[in-house]
Design a protein around this ligand. Structure first.
Ligand code: ITT
Length: 214
C-alpha cells in the first residue's frame, strides 16, 4: 500500500513523508500534470486534481494525496491566496515585500499586526472510492527582509505566530511557549517548522480521520 502524493514540489513530499512514516506507509511522488481549475477555494482546486488523477492510479488499493496551500496576506485582501504558485513564479518573494513596503511601524506589536498573513492548507486523500479532507492554518506575519536558509516557496519571508503550551497558535505579536523569535520558516529547521506548519496540521487531521487505516 502506497500513498501517491500528486505534486510537483519535492519540499512538500519531504514534509508529508515524515507524517505518514508513523503509519509505516510509504509516500511517493506522483508526477501527474493535472489542469489546475480557476477556483477561489483551495478545497475545490484539490478535489478537482484528485478526480483527474483517479483513473491513473498505479495499483489497486493505492491512495492519492493532494495538498494545496496558499499564503493569504491580510493587508493585500488575501493575495496571493489561491494564486500563490503563480505569484511566486512571477513577482516572487521580493514582489510581495514590495507590495507591502509601505506597511511598517516603529511599534513592534502594531508592525506585526499590519503585516499579518496566514498559510492555509487543504489535504485530500483518496482511498477505495472515499475521500478524506484535512485542513490546517498557520497564522503569522510577513518579514521585512527575506532570510536565506532552509525551506521553499515563501518560507524566507513568513514568520509564524507563537504557540501556547498546547501547540495552539496565539495572536500575531503575542509571546508564547514555542516561538521562532522573529525568524521566518526559511531560517529554522524542518523539524521546528513542523511544530507550526499548516501542512502538518492538515495532514494530522487526515491521519486522525483515517486512524484505523493500517
Ligand atoms: P503542487 O500544486 O504541484 O503540489 P505547488 O508548489 O504549486 O505544488 P501549492 O499550490 O500547494 O504547491 O502551493 C502554492 C504556493 O505556496 C507554492 O508556490 C508554494 O511554494 C507555496 N507554499 C506552499 N506551502 C508552503 C510552505 O510550507 N512554505 C512556503 N511556501 C509554501
Amino acid at each position: 500500500m502506497t500513498i501517491w502524493f500528486m505534486t510537483s514540489n519535492m519540499g512538500k513530499v519531504t514534509e508529508a513523508r515524515e507524517h505518514f512514516s508513523k503509519f509505516g506507509i510509504p509516500v511517493r511522488q506522483f508526477e501527474f500534470e493535472a489542469v489546475e481549475p480557476q477556483e477561489d477555494d483551495l478545497q475545490k482546486v484539490a478535489l478537482s486534481k484528485i478526480e483527474q488523477a483517479i483513473p491513473h492510479l498505479p495499483a489497486e488499493g493505492d491512495m492519492i494525496l493532494v495538498e494545496d496551500a496558499g499564503l493569504f496576506v491580510e493587508s493585500l485582501n488575501g493575495f496571493p491566496g489561491v494564486y500563490s504558485s503563480y505569484a511566486l513564479s512571477t513577482i516572487g518573494v521580493h514582489g510581495i515585500l514590495k507590495l507591502m513596503s509601505h506597511l511598517k511601524s516603529e511599534d513592534i506589536v502594531q508592525d506585526a499586526s499590519l503585516r499579518k498573513a496566514e498559510f492555509r492548507a487543504v489535504a485530500i486523500l483518496y482511498k477505495d472510492g472515499e475521500t478524506f479532507i484535512g485542513e490546517g492554518v498557520c497564522p503569522g506575519r510577513i518579514a521585512h527582509n527575506p532570510t536565506e536558509g532552509h525551506g521553499f516557496g515563501f518560507d524566507p519571508i513568513f514568520i509564524p505566530a507563537d504557540l501556547d503550551e498546547n501547540g495552539e497558535a496565539l495572536e500575531v505579536g503575542e509571546m508564547g511557549h514555542v516561538s521562532t523569535h522573529g525568524t521566518p520558516f526559511g531560517g529554522i529547521s524542518l523539524e521546528k517548522k513542523q511544530e507550526f506548519s499548516h501542512r502538518r496540521r492538515a495532514i494530522s487531521e487526515l491521519l486522525h480521520l483515517i486512524g484505523n487505516l493500517g
